[in-house]
Design a protein around this ligand. Structure first.
Ligand code: ATP
Ligand code: MG
Length: 306
């Protein structure tokens, strides 16, 4: 059987090195996530990341691609996605033109003409094929749960053997298998057959210490006091079902930046209330947090912050 492992020469040798590599690219990964990434690279297996919105699932693919380095190829999944938008498409206009040219040049052998039509020249590569051809790639299949289920069946061939079969042309195989990262927000369950081929990791909200570390990396302009208070505040909104959409890490970063842009160095009720739309994106959630409730939570966050 062919060796499906990515070229190991450029890979980080152990979990600590993988964690450091991500850190150097501005991504703060806990040990468990770094272990999954390390194993996926070492074993040449895809990673399936599920988790809450805004917890760094897409970002880790971008950072890993930049750090390895590998060409990043992104397939953003959507409703109704099909082969022609995800993998390849025959360019009919160019095929037609080639026929006309051959005819005017006096080529009469119809059979030869037709066979020539299904030449690689006339095949337009979309992300999945782009990830298999050319220089070594990192393939990000983002939000797979948004694609229709039949699409997953097609993905299986790619995930198992890193190859794509074009019926008219044959099988195209990756010289260096792409590193594959798949993300899902669980609007529906990804099929078992896909799961089996992947290493799975649930990306949870970070704990307070890690969220402060992320803030320090992503928004160094935020004061240490404000950072600690903002993190304590957002952590208090997660868990339980008091809020329809609690803030992700992305919102924590945005909020800390917004408050800093308003010259705040500490969290206080007035500017917090004025900027709630940076943190929460649903009117019902914002309404729950106004006034006395907000003042109480700000006070609590200030006390809890180290
Ligand atoms: N561990 C982390 N280290 C550094 N930055 C992070 C981390 N987690 C999240 N972020 C920041 O949060 C932002 C949002 O992350 P990302 O877009 O990857 O979330 P996601 O899990 O893909 O969300 P969604 O499910 O909504 O697509 C990133 O741009 C990055 O700045
Ligand atoms: Mg994402």
């Amino acid at each position: 059987m062919a060796d499906l492992r990515p070229h190991s020469a450029a890979l980080p040798p152990d979990v600590a090195a993988t964690q450091a590599l991500l850190e150097a690219g501005g991504y703060v990964a806990d040990r468990a996530l770094a272990t999954t990434v390390h194993l996926a690279l070492a074993m040449g297996r895809p990673i399936l990341l599920e988790g809450e919105p805004g917890t760094g699932k897409t970002e880790i693919a971008k950072v890993l691609a930049a750090q390895l380095p590998r060409r990043l190829v992104r397939l953003q999944c959507h409703d109704g996605m099909d082969l022609s938008s995800a993998a390849y498409e025959w360019n009919h206009a160019r095929q037609l033109m080639a026929i006309r040219l051959a005819e005017t040049a006096g080529q009469a052998d119809r059979g030869a003409l037709e066979r020539g039509l299904y030449d690689r020249r006339f095949l337009e590569a979309r992300p999945l094929l782009q990830a298999i051809e050319g220089s070594p790639a990192l393939l990000l299949i983002d939000e797979l749960d948004r694609a229709d289920e039949p699409f997953e069946a097609f993905l299986l061939e790619i995930l198992a053997d890193f190859q794509i079969t074009v019926p008219e042309l044959g099988t195209i195989r990756a010289e260096t298998p792409p590193v594959v990262i798949i993300t899902s927000n669980r609007t529906r369950e990804v099929h078992d057959a896909i799961r089996r081929r992947c290493l799975y990791h649930w990306v949870d909200y970070p704990n307070a210490a890690r969220e402060r570390a992320i803030l320090a990396r992503r928004a160094p302009e935020v004061s240490a006091a404000l950072s600690a208070q903002v993190v304590a505040f957002t952590q208090g909104l997660r868990g339980g079902d008091a809020f329809f959409k609690p803030p992700g890490v992305a919102e924590t970063i945005d909020w800390a930046r917004a408050l800093t842009a308003l010259d705040r160095r500490e969290l206080e009720p007035a500017s917090a209330e004025a900027t709630l739309g940076v943190l929460l994106k649903y009117q019902d959630d914002i309404a729950k947090l106004r006034g006395a409730e907000l003042a109480r939570r700000v006070e609590e966050a200030r006390e809890a912050a180290p």
